[in-house]
Write a protein that binds this ligand. Structure first.
Ligand code: DAH
Length: 342
């Protein structure tokens, strides 16, 4: 064995034995087994060795190299282990300390309102039915008795997604779900509510958002009357807003005939007049009516045999009225100071 090799190995291992500092360990690695380190220098001596001794020299040099590398890896593990034990001893874990209270999320105010609605209508026999947010023009308008270019379209500022053979839109209301439920349920009777996001191409302001929820209701049967609509919605208002007068009056929607609007007595001023009800004493809650014969037929139901009522409301708007929220933009603002109040 080459003297240098053996001496080198002994010197390196002796040094390594007293190293506990990671920075020192790195210095050691560079000095001995690094690219420009002592072991590689040893290999370079091979050119000055006689041919006969070269083989043995190379073999021994390789053994030195391996011995140092193995020792280095072992030391690295030991250094890490000691650093960890020291850290644990320096900052002991006090298992008697009280725990940190986990931060709990809560339901968005609109979700809370929607769930209240599911409960009220669920107890009246309505099932939740979800339909798509991306709709065809046919579903969103035409089958609801709103033909292309009809002036009623102005009521629904529309986001157009694609203008292919069949126009595709983001639904402007949940009403297209009526046709989808009917087509799925035919020829059975229907009591369904259809919640979900709707989209309108609006200038965003305290009163208008480009995305908002609606809750649609639909009942279809052999003997459904306007009285059923009034009874259902009056009961809904009583459970949502407490015992207070409601009123219905004529309105117009292309997909209902006759159509109506329902108001409740203002929950702030009880009718005396205030800013919330704009001094009318009443709050507008929803629109509804008897399903138009054209719409029934588009859903597959013969209007000579079947009748139905439908209604639509805005859960954000109802949440605003219940809590006196004056700006609809809070609902999508993600401001915890707002959300944490619910
Ligand atoms: N789709 C209407 C809107 O977005 C709301 C509505 C009114 C729905 C009357 C109905 C209804 O089902 O009968 O303005």
């Amino acid at each position: 064995m080459n003297e240098n090799g053996q001496a080198l190995q002994a010197r390196a291992l002796a040094q390594l034995d007293s190293i506990w500092d990671p920075a020192k360990l790195e210095e050691w690695r560079v000095e001995f087994i690094g690219r420009k380190g002592a072991v590689n220098a040893l290999f370079e001596q091979i050119n000055s060795i006689s041919k006969e001794e070269r083989g043995a020299f190379g073999k021994q040099a390789n053994e030195v190299k391996q011995a140092l590398e193995t020792a280095f890896t072992a030391r690295q593990g030991a250094v890490k282990q000691r650093a960890l034990s020291e850290a644990l001893e320096a900052e002991p874990l006090d298992v008697t300390l009280p725990g940190r209270r986990p931060q709990r999320g809560r339901l968005h105010p609109t979700t809370q309102t929607l769930r209240e609605m599911y409960k009220i209508f669920g107890e009246m026999g309505f099932q939740v039915y979800r339909t798509r947010q991306v709709e065809t023009d046919l579903m969103n308008f035409q089958l609801l008795n709103i033909p292309p270019y009809h002036p009623a379209r102005d009521n629904w500022s529309t986001f157009y997604v694609a203008d292919t053979d069949e126009r595709v839109v983001l639904r402007t209301h949940t009403s297209p779900g009526q046709v989808r439920v009917m087509r799925e349920m035919y020829p059975g009777p229907i009591r369904a509510i259809l919640p979900g996001l709707c989209y309108r191409y609006e200038q965003i302001s305290s009163r208008y958002e480009i995305q908002f929820n609606q809750l649609e209701g639909l009942a279809v049967g052999h003997n459904i009357t306007f009285g059923d609509l009034k009874g259902t919605l009056t009961e809904f208002a009583r459970r949502m807003f407490g015992e207070r007068p409601v009123r219905f009056f004529a309105d117009h929607f292309p997909f209902t005939e006759p159509s109506a609007q329902m108001d409740v007595k203002c929950i702030i001023c009880e009718g005396a007049g205030c800013a919330l009800c704009k001094y009318t004493g009443w709050l507008e809650i929803l629109g509804g009516g008897m399903v138009h014969p054209v719409v029934l037929r588009n859903g597959g139901y013969d209007p000579d045999e079947w009748s139905g009522f439908a209604f639509g409301m805005g859960p954000e708007r109802i949440t605003m009225l219940k809590h006196g929220i004056t700006d609809i933009r809070y609902f999508w603002g993600n401001d915890l100071r707002f959300l944490e109040q619910f």
